[in-house]
Ligand binder design. Sequence first.
Ligand SMILES: Cc1ncc(COP(=O)(O)O)c(C=O)c1O
Length: 323
Amino acid sequence: MYLATLEPGDRILSLELSHGGHLSHGHPANFTGQRYEIEQYHVDAETGYIDYAELDEKAARFDPDMVVSGSSAYPRHIDYERIQAAADATDALHLADVAHTTGLIAAGEHPSPVGVADFVTGSTQKTIRAGRGGIIMCREEWADDIDTAVFPGAQGGPLMHNIAGKAVGFGEALEPAFEAYAADVVRNAEVLADRFREHGLSLVSGGTDKHLVLVDLRESHPDVTGADAQDALEQAGIILNKNTVPGETRSPFVASGIRVGTPALTTRGFGSEAIETVADAIVRVLDSPEADATFETVAGEVRTLCEQFPVYDDSDDLNGDDD
Ligand SMILES: Cc1ncc(COP(=O)(O)O)c(C=O)c1O
C-alpha cells in the first residue's frame, strides 16, 4: 500500500500507538516511521474517543499526503466519513486499515469505509476467521500500482494452502450464521465491559462498540502492570495481551493496560454467562497476581469452561461421513 502510493519523505497523519493505533502506521520501529514523515492524532483525554477536531486541525497544519484511519486497540466505532473529509480538505489519500474489524464490517456490525476511503486494508484471520493474510481494496485506477508493489515489490510466491484457507473462511462469512456470530462477538464484548465495570475496572472510552475491551489498570490496580497481568493470567490459562493505554506512563514493554477480545470465545460458543465467569476469573487473578493458588483454581475453572465449549463438537464428523 505505502510502496504503491507514497515516496520516501512523504507525510502520514495517523493515530498514535498508545491511543489505539498500530506500529505500521508510522512508529519509528517500523519501516513507515523510518521512510515517511509522521504526525499523529489522539483520543480525547476525558472521553477516550478519537479527537476529530484535533485530527482536522493537524491535517490543516501538517498537510499530509496520506491520512490513516483504523486501529489496533481502539474500542469504538470510527467515523470514516469525517476522516475522509479531513483528508479531502488537504488533498491527501485516505487509508482505512480495518485489520481487526473486517468480519464485523462484513457482517454490518461496524461502519464500513469501503466506498468512502481511497484504500481499505484488512487482515483475513482476525474477526473474519479465514486463513492468515491481508486484503487490499482500492479503486481501479490504483490496481496496477498496488499489484506491482505487492509483487515483485514486497512479496514472494503465493501460499496456495493459505489461499484455500481464505476461500473457506470467506465462504463461511457469506453464510447467515456469520452475521449472528459477529453480533454475538460484539454483545459478548459489551457483557465483558459491563462486568469489568461492576468490578470497578477502568475502561478506555468507558466501554466498547466492537470485539475488544481495553482495561486501564492504573486506577484499580496501580501496582499491577500490563505485563504482570498478562503473565499471571497466562499461568491461569487465560491468554490476552498487555497493551499501552492513552496517557501511558510505563514503557510499552511493560504497559499499563490489558486488551481482551471476544472473537475466539464466541467461536467456541461462549454466551453472556460464560463471559461473566471469564471476567470474574480475570479480576480474581488481577487481585492476587502473585498467588499461585489462585492461578491453579482459575486454571481449573478455565479447563471446565473449555470442556463445556469445545473447539470442535465431538458429534461433528469432519469428513462429512456418517459412518
Ligand atoms: C491496525 C492494524 N494494522 C495491521 C495489523 C497487522 O495485521 P496482521 O496481524 O494481520 O499482520 C494489525 C494487527 O493487529 C493492526 O491492528
